[in-house]
Design a binder for this molecule. Structure first.
Ligand SMILES: [Zn+2]
Length: 413
């Protein structure tokens, strides 16, 4: 149940506000990817080609030598992409310089061909780089970006060194005031999730999406030293389960007990089982409440296909063994529909109904929805990790607790 790409909560970039940081990390509240089938397949990982120097605009050498790369989709899904740099150069699939511009250019697509600045038609895929730097939308990226035209849409895929990606993601998925050991645990989880994803890419053209669907990546700007230290201090480390990268999902705050992958997504994963966790009790969203108005309840009901009239009822009808709501029934005017509780949460908004560990009670002029924790609850509890770190645990201990049965390894296979 991935929320909308680039949701408002994730588009804002506060670095120093603890409260907004909570909002940001809660972006991981939606399960990155659907469950099950995505256990890593056997066989070698897909090759990711390194940045190709072109026309004298080469990525910085330290980013190339010996580094692994990820292909991250960074366009905003609107169908066009704005590129900016003092000079922007475009190469076609054969490596020939196809276009050059100064300042800002817009790339769109006509069918399966890239349209350059509203006029020239290029091939179906081009590589771009900027001098001295390139911005794609608001994001500053390093190295090469590939633009692909597909059915009238343009996809922008940044080829990012793995460790650059890890530091940038940790900067958006965790608050800077977290304990350094908790940030290191986050860095390993982030790197492992990327390694897991690269073995079964989302699309032939990219490994991961740079939003809450996978992990939030917003370019290389604003990555504070604490985050680079967390990545650097764990460089190359990943968690393996039976020799394969683990699916190291995480969430803001479990609220007292984590959720199992089986309950959340319908398939058991041995290292993603429910366990008690009180280390997140210092989280501002350990407990929460949301007053849902009648108007909002009607909107949610309509979003779920119920023509909401008078006497609207919203009832939790089934719960998972962890205590989280599994099914919700909506009744109005003789029409009833029962759905997955996750669908209700999505319709209400992830930042309002912060988790499925909730009670829904009729209240004056609407409902009182009260609950525990923030996010899907599966895998590492970020505030729990921070609580453990503050109490003296190192990142290895934190990871062993939240992903039991996995092993820390220096290199992804
Ligand atoms: Zn917790």
């Amino acid at each position: 149940m991935p929320p909308a790409r680039g949701s408002a909560a994730c588009a804002a970039l506060p670095f120093l506000s603890a409260i907004l940081a909570v909002v940001l990390i809660a972006c991981s509240g939606a399960p990155p990817r659907k469950p099950a089938e995505e256990l890593p397949p056997a066989g070698p990982p897909p090759s990711v080609s390194p940045p190709r120097p072109g026309g004298g605009i080469a990525p910085r050498p330290p980013d190339v030598a010996g580094a692994r790369f990820l292909r991250i989709r960074i366009d905003d899904g609107t169908g066009t992409t704005t590129l900016a740099g003092e000079t922007v150069r475009v190469w076609d699939a054969d490596g020939r310089l196809a276009a050059e511009a100064r300042g800002s250019v817009t790339l769109g697509a006509i069918g399966d061909r890239v349209r350059f600045n509203g006029t020239r038609l290029l091939g179906s895929a081009v590589d771009v780089a900027g001098q001295p730097e390139l911005r794609v939308g608001k994001q500053r990226v390093d190295g090469r970006v590939r633009l692909i035209a597909r059915n009238g849409q343009i996809l922008a895929v940044a080829v990012v060194p793995l460790e650059t990606y890890v530091a940038a993601v940790v900067s958006r998925e965790a608050p800077p005031l977290f304990h350094p050991e908790a940030l290191k645990a986050q860095a390993v989880a982030t790197r492992t999730y990327a390694a897991f994803s690269a073995r079964k890419p989302r699309d032939p053209a990219y490994d991961l999406v740079g939003s809450v669907e996978d992990q939030v990546f917003e370019g290389i700007d604003g990555v504070a030293e604490v985050f680079r230290d967390a990545a650097g201090g764990t460089s190359g480390l990943v968690l393996l389960y039976r020799g394969e990268p683990a699916r190291t999902v995480f969430h803001s705050t479990c609220g007292g007990r984590t959720e199992s992958a089986a309950n959340a997504w319908g398939r058991d994963v041995p290292y993603l089982r429910s366990q008690s966790c009180d280390d997140c009790s210092g989280s501002p969203v350990y407990r929460w409440a949301y007053r849902m108005t009648v108007g909002e309840g009607r909107r949610v009901a309509r979003a779920m296909g119920i023509p909401a009239g008078e006497q609207l009822q919203i009832i939790v009808t089934d719960r998972a063994s962890s205590g989280r709501a599994a099914r919700v029934r909506i009744v109005s005017g003789g029409v009833a529909r029962e759905t997955q509780a996750a669908e209700f949460r999505k319709a209400a908004g992830y930042s309002r109904v912060r988790s499925l560990w909730m009670e829904i009670e009729p209240a004056a002029e609407g409902w009182l929805v009260s609950g525990r924790g923030y996010g899907h609850g599966v895998g590492m509890c970020q505030f729990g990790a921070n609580g453990m770190a503050k109490a003296g645990s190192g990142f290895r201990e934190i990871l062993a607790r939240y992903y039991p049965g996995t092993e820390l390894s220096r290199e992804a296979p």
